[in-house]
Design a protein around this ligand. Structure first.
Ligand SMILES: *Cc1c(COP(=O)(O)O)cnc(C)c1O
Length: 461
């Protein structure tokens, strides 16, 4: 108790330099950022401008140090600035940065992936998750000669026009249901159903018989909370797609190489027809990819009629980073160790919270976790998330920053544990989380600077 009093009197972190940079950035970029959630609209204060990352740590422009659970939104499964990646990138860069012609590095990364993944036979590299998804959708449409696609409410697939339909991630964070600038005609080709709902899915297949080219899904929905699905639902999805001549696309941009080397397909042992990758595959540099059977991939140009290209696709520097990162992931015991550390970390936090009746639930799979402040039931659908519960996250986020822990700036975003998050570092983070929870859920505690942190906790409603 004495300890927590000490911590509460700890002053706010300084954000003077970050604020100055943010004000300047606002003159250059819409909202001061190049990707919306970074703008801290769903949490207190201005965005932190980051100067440096090393291992599990980040430093901002004001020299505040944080244990980072955002990890660049997932790509950094080894932590920041991993020496194996840095050295490989520097080595490859000595020979130039882009040729617009094939290099051996593309073969090397493809071989690493394909020889360790039973679900795809051929792959195509591009430069982002969005690009991978867009290309996978085109491939499915070209291959099946059908136009409609089906997506799930609460799954995010990048900023692809036809998929910005009731999507999650930044959109839900801002309370919007779609994006301006998407022609109605595009959205009309997209069918949206709720997750974990067999009947809705069956009805969609009835209503649009022989019209659905593909179902796209995050098999581990992790962009709108972590909406873990029953394996049985995924199996049902696989069956209904097969029965209807519809391709099943697993968007594994987050889950790929995260929950295991073969991603969610490997975890659940379900074979999709096309898989998309991003994030981890590039080791922190911009890489996306889509893969499928040799037969489906033969529809992609120049072998087939589905056009898709990229000036910087297969870029040697990015390939080098991907090779270095994936090589580390293939070392024996990598995932077991990382997943166990995450599990222990999460269990200790849940235990602390439940002993004190704090309304905290943590969903976890592999080294992905999500803090939800809603104890009603296991949340498996977007609509089951109570937007009011996000207020707790908002408060927690500020308290965590003040105690040296950086989480993605939205309660709808998941957190990531990296290989650099040792047990000792996780113990330190846990203490900061315990103290922050005490502040958020103790109505009588004064808050630093008298901000709106001492409101009555409303979890009994
Ligand atoms: C991040 C993400 C995307 C978009 O990838 P970008 O590289 O941001 O374009 C697509 N799908 C899923 C599941 C993602 O998590």
């Amino acid at each position: 108790m004495i300890e927590s009093k000490d911590k509460i009197s700890k002053p706010d972190i300084s954000r003077a330099k970050s604020t100055e940079l943010y004000n300047k950035a606002k003159t250059y970029f819409p909202g001061g950022v190049n990707s919306p959630v970074r703008a801290f609209k769903s949490v207190y204060g201005t965005p932190l401008f980051i100067k440096k990352g090393d291992g599990a740590y980040l430093w901002d422009a004001d020299d505040n140090q944080f244990i980072d659970f955002c990890c660049s939104w997932g790509p950094l499964i080894l932590g920041h600035n991993h020496p194996a990646i840095r050295e490989k990138v520097i080595e490859v860069m000595q020979n130039g940065m882009s040729f617009g012609a094939p290099t051996a590095l593309e073969n090397e990364l493809a071989e690493l992936i394909i020889s360790n993944n039973p679900f795809i036979e051929k792959i195509r590299f591009n430069s982002s998750g969005t690009e991978a998804v867009m290309s996978a959708i085109r491939l499915a449409r070209g291959y099946t000669k059908r136009d409609k696609i089906l997506k799930f409410e609460g799954c995010y697939h990048g900023h692809v026009d036809a998929l910005l339909v009731k999507a999650g991630s930044g959109l839900v964070t801002f309370g919007e249901t779609s994006s301006a600038g998407v022609p109605k005609a595009f959205a009309d080709e997209t069918i949206v159903v709720a997750l974990n709902d067999k009947e809705a899915l069956a009805k969609a297949f009835e209503d649009f018989k022989d019209q659905i080219a593909a179902v796209i899904m995050e098999p581990i929905p992790a962009n709108n909370g972590l909406l873990l699905q029953h394996t049985e639902f995924l199996q049902y999805l696989r069956e209904i797609c097969t029965a209807n001549g519809t391709l099943l696309i697993f968007d594994e941009v987050i889950s790929g190489f995260r929950v295991g080397f073969a991603g969610a397909a490997g975890l659940y042992q379900i074979k999709p027809d096309i898989i998309t990758y991003g994030k981890i595959i590039g080791g922190g540099l911009p890489v996306g990819a889509y893969g499928a059977s040799a037969q489906i991939m033969s529809s992609v140009s120049p072998e087939g009629p589905v056009y898709q290209a990229g000036t910087l696709s297969g870029n040697p520097v990015a390939m080098a980073a991907g090779i270095a990162q994936l090589t580390e992931l293939l070392k024996p015991g990598f995932y077991e160790d990382q997943n166990q550390r995450t599990k222990d970390f999460v269990n200790d936090i849940v235990e602390y919270a439940s002993q004190r009746n704090y309304p905290l639930v943590i969903s976890r799979v592999g080294s992905i976790f999500w803090l939800a402040f809603d104890t009603n039931a296991v949340i498996r659908k977007a609509e089951d998330i109570d937007p009011k519960s996000m207020d707790h996250f908002k408060k927690l986020h500020l308290e965590l920053l003040n105690r040296g822990v950086y989480m993605g700036p939205s309660g709808y975003e998941v957190g990531f544990v990296s290989a650099a998050h040792t047990t000792a570092i996780l113990d330190t983070a846990k203490q900061a989380i315990f103290e922050s929870l005490d502040v958020v859920f103790s109505p009588s505690q004064p808050s630093p600077g008298g901000r709106a942190l001492n409101e009555q906790a409303d979890f009994r409603e």
